[in-house]
Design a protein around this ligand. Structure first.
Ligand SMILES: *Cc1c(COP(=O)(O)O)cnc(C)c1O
Length: 353
């Protein structure tokens, strides 16, 4: 750090992304990417002509993509904001809506706490219950913004739509942000409720269920006044926030949604079979509706399992924090990748005897 940095910024804790080691080829089950490539449509449309057009700025309104998202989610274009990943949507929402503080879980997406610190927001941390479920009462009428990942990460657990609606209804003077990064793997979206409640903002992304993590495209859906707020922050920081190639890729992804729906169903099937196999090996797992499995064994700690899997060329995510240090979070890969994982875990457990 330089001596010139604003001391307040110099003290910030940064978000720690999952590792991307380059020393060898790994089976990568640590950052919840889709194990399948984007659709052929996406690959065909991001072509040489699109690259040649990179001399031109991208569309600052993201007009074409906004139109397609509006059609797909049955809302108006005025209800859609496009961000550089949903991280940017969340960033702008924290900047806009958390003056009175923000309530979120102790175990959830790590960026919420980072954004709260960045903006000097009072974080009202609500511990999950012992079984990692959310207690809805914690979020009723809290007098501040609410941020909930649904499904939650790293647990994969889901709140029913009616529960989210009750939370939204009980906080009419504050924005409730529902982060649906993983909703396409089996949960139900609350986007339809945005027509009914002016204080509901849904954040979502092309990174997980649409295999475009590297393109950095996310979106927010909500009342048109909320969307204008987010655009206000965008146009005071980075008006061309989505690059041309990513806009083309994201539009092509929506034009081939059936391909992704099929891959997401396949991931859900693989999640079910891998979960059953892990349970047969004595693991305890949450009932994840996301594209990852959160699992622990009473025979080996999470950190040890993570290290031994890495030594065998398989990356999973371990969070070294008190409540979940016994767990690993395993992204659902292809059936072959999960077979390799289960074989490696079997070897590791056998070597303990
Ligand atoms: C991955 C993830 C995101 C952000 O993804 P982007 O790549 O920035 O769209 C947001 N929320 C949760 C819970 C995530 O796991």
């Amino acid at each position: 750090m330089s001596k010139f940095i604003n001391p307040r910024l110099g003290r910030l804790e940064t978000y720690v992304p999952g590792e991307q080691p380059k020393d060898q080829q790994y089976i990568k089950l640590n950052t919840n990417e889709l194990p399948y490539p984007p659709s052929p449509e996406v690959i065909a449309r991001v072509n040489a002509a699109q690259v040649a057009d990179l001399r031109l700025y991208s569309d600052p309104t993201c007009g074409g993509l906004v139109e397609k998202l509006a059609r797909q989610y049955d809302v108006a274009p005025e209800n859609v904001f496009v961000g550089n990943g949903s991280d940017e949507v969340l960033n702008f929402a924290f900047a806009c809506y958390c003056r009175a503080g923000a309530a979120f879980a102790d175990l959830t997406y790590g960026f919420y706490g980072v954004f709260a610190e960045l903006y000097g927001i009072d974080a009202d941390i609500k511990p999950l219950r012992d079984d990692f479920s959310i207690d809805p009462a914690d979020y009723m009428n809290v007098g501040k913004a609410v941020v909930i990942a649904n499904p939650n990460a790293p647990t994969g657990l889901v709140l029913p739509v009616e529960t989210i609606e009750a939370i939204v209804r009980s906080n009419p003077d504050h924005v409730v942000i529902i982060d649906e990064a993983y909703v396409d793997f089996g949960a139900t979206s609350v986007v339809p409720l945005t027509k009914k409640y002016e204080n509901l903002l849904v954040a979502s992304t092309f990174s997980k269920s649409r295999a475009l993590a590297g393109a950095r495209v996310g979106f927010g859906i909500g009342n048109e006044a909320l969307i204008r707020d987010l655009n206000r922050i965008k146009f005071t920081t980075n008006p061309y926030n989505i690059n041309r190639l990513s806009l083309v890729a994201a539009e092509a992804a929506l034009d081939s949604q059936a391909y992704f729906d099929e891959k997401d169903r396949l991931v859900a099937q693989t999640r079910a079979s891998a979960t059953a196999a892990l349970r047969a090996l004595g693991f305890e797992t949450t009932d994840s509706m996301a594209n990852f499995i959160f699992a622990k064994s009473d025979r080996i700690g999470g950190g040890d399992l993570y290290r031994q899997l890495k030594a065998r060329g398989i990356l999973v995510r371990h969070f070294d924090t008190a409540r979940i240090k016994d767990f690993v979070r395993i992204t659902v890969g292809t059936p072959a990748e999960m077979d390799a994982l289960l074989g490696a875990i079997n070897d590791i457990l056998n070597s303990l005897d």
